[in-house]
Design a protein. Structure first.
Length: 133
């Protein structure tokens, strides 16, 4: 992702000096697609490593059992319902995107339907990871 970003910026500035366009909409979209995939798929990976940010003002004073119960309640009341809501609400948009083989409106743009498929997939992985905890 960083290399694509560096090439996009360097290509734009070098292109100005050379009088040629060394960047493209395709490269910019690849960078955004990689960022979106990284962000969405990183949630389950971060949950597996217990790396999500927490407000430890209260939990620092709690025992292990109470912390475990708080995590369980948070997972059951907030995380899993949110994952199910995101899966259900994105299903129709993803399905339609595949039906029309949605493309980027930009010249030389990439297909959008594979990227849109990452949204329900990422929340499905997050829900599975939450259930395994």
């Amino acid at each position: 992702m960083m290399m694509v970003g560096v090439w996009t910026v360097a290509g734009r500035h070098l292109g100005l000096l050379l009088g040629r366009n060394l960047s493209s909409n395709r490269l910019i979209e690849i960078q955004w697609y990689l960022f979106a995939a990284d962000f969405l798929l990183g949630g389950a990976w971060t949950l597996q490593r217990n790396g999500h940010v927490r407000v430890n003002v209260l939990q620092n004073h709690w025992g292990i059992r109470r912390q475990t119960m708080a995590n369980l309640v948070g997972t059951l009341l907030f995380l899993l319902p949110f994952c199910l809501l995101m899966i259900a609400s994105s299903r129709e948009a993803v399905q339609f995107s595949w039906q029309i083989l949605e493309q980027s409106p930009d010249p030389g743009g990439l297909p959008r339907y594979p990227l849109k498929s990452i949204l329900p997939l990422s929340f499905l992985l997050l829900a599975f990871r939450a259930l395994r905890r």
